[in-house]
Ligand binder design. Structure first.
Ligand SMILES: NC(=O)c1ccc[n+]([C@@H]2O[C@H](COP(=O)([O-])OP(=O)(O)OC[C@H]3O[C@@H](n4cnc5c(N)ncnc54)[C@H](OP(=O)(O)O)[C@@H]3O)[C@@H](O)[C@H]2O)c1
Length: 331
């Protein structure tokens, strides 16, 4: 078989259009590994790429999908054998390299991580880049605080029904932190409480309890995907020695702060990049999720096929996605 099924985005005068196409394996870029994709997942960035938003994908037609797991079918690197299960996230996958919303990808072997024992292909993509980012955020907070564990701590997570937020919430709660979930979706309180939230507040309630430029010290740790005013409020309400890990900008790219949290409380703002960091740092997070950080994501995952993705892309762009969208390319 020399062709495969993929979801392609094409630029038109009426905006980008999505369709399922048959693509030739020969049209894939060069790389040491050809991989038959089993699962991908939907992240906010995929929706930006699919819809032609500036700053993500330069050249169309394009197959998005920044995440993929699957089996190696051809390898020009002796580290990888045919049949090995590998995880690929970030770098240029799905940006300008044909991505995981297709049944095959061809990539440099320097982007691939062997699926660790203890994690299934399906579990790895239920986590996907969102899970990796949540894991990197929690790791950065723990490294900053030299915390052996999160017991006795109070944390706050924003965008808590979304991909990064929901997994950060679950992980912090599993590690023993008392987590406040900030959400715009008042109808999702049951889900957030099932995921481990001790307290659920609206974005408006956050602005009532936190005062800028510096307010009452409430939280030890924050995981933020929103930026803007929400991030300003988080920074203003950290306890001494506390920190916020920031990874996203769904609320806009800019935020205001003052010097007070930094010089009066020794707080820190920790930037998280899940895309370009060294492969061994990604591998460590996957190892953690296969062992001490194991999460039951079954209540969080909506499994779809390529044909269903267009609707899910619109939902995530509107900020209305709940949990994780797992894309099954095998059924
Ligand atoms: N730095 C990195 O490497 C990295 C990696 C992954 C993702 N990201 C970024 O992180 C962000 C989240 O990604 P994701 O995949 O988790 O997206 P997502 O699934 O859409 O989650 C985002 C959540 O944020 C909340 N939200 C949406 N619009 C908002 C607004 N205008 N104001 C306040 N809250 C809003 C919503 O949750 P509630 O309704 O519960 O509030 C939404 O579900 C994106 O900006 C993405 O690009 C960065």
């Amino acid at each position: 078989m020399n062709t495969f099924k993929a979801l392609e985005s094409v630029k038109t005068d009426q905006g980008n259009k999505l369709s399922i196409i048959e693509k030739s394996i020969d049209s894939l870029p060069e790389g040491e590994l050809l991989i038959k994709v089993a699962y991908s997942s939907l992240n906010y960035k995929d929706a930006l790429s699919a819809s032609g938003a500036p700053g993500v994908t330069k050249n169309y037609p394009h197959v998005p999908g920044i995440d993929a797991v699957g089996k190696v079918t051809e390898s020009a690197d002796e580290e990888f054998k045919e049949g090995d299960s590998v995880i690929v996230t970030g770098y240029d996958l799905g940006m300008n390299t044909s991505g995981g919303f297709g049944e095959y990808i061809r990539i440099p072997s320097a982007w691939a991580i062997k699926l660790p024992d203890g994690l299934s292909e399906k579990e790895s993509m239920s986590l996907g880049t969102a899970g990796l980012t949540a894991g990197l955020s929690v790791q950065a907070l723990s490294d900053f605080n030299l915390a052996e564990d999160f017991t006795q701590s109070k944390s706050i997570v924003t965008g808590s029904t979304g991909g990064v937020g929901s997994i950060a919430l679950m992980l912090l709660a599993k590690l023993g932190s008392e987590v406040t979930a900030v959400t715009g979706k008042q109808d999702q309180k049951k889900l957030l409480s099932d995921l481990g939230a001790a307290e659920i507040i609206s974005r408006e309630e956050l602005s009532e309890v936190s005062r800028k430029p510096i307010g009452k010290p409430i939280w030890d740790f924050g995981v933020d995907v929103v930026s803007g005013d929400i991030l300003s409020l988080l920074l203003a309400s950290l306890k001494p020695g506390g920190a916020v890990a920031c990874s996203g900008l769904v609320g806009g790219p800019s935020f205001e702060s003052s010097i007070f949290p930094f010089i009066l409380r020794g707080n820190a703002l920790l930037g998280i990049d899940s895309v370009e960091i060294a492969l061994h740092r990604k591998a460590q997070v996957w190892e953690n999720f296969a062992a001490d950080w194991r999460l039951d994501l079954s209540g969080l995952v909506n499994e779809v096929k390529l044909e269903d993705l267009e609707k899910e892309i619109s939902t995530i762009l509107e900020g209305n996605q709940v949990g994780r969208v797992l894309v099954n390319l095998e059924s």
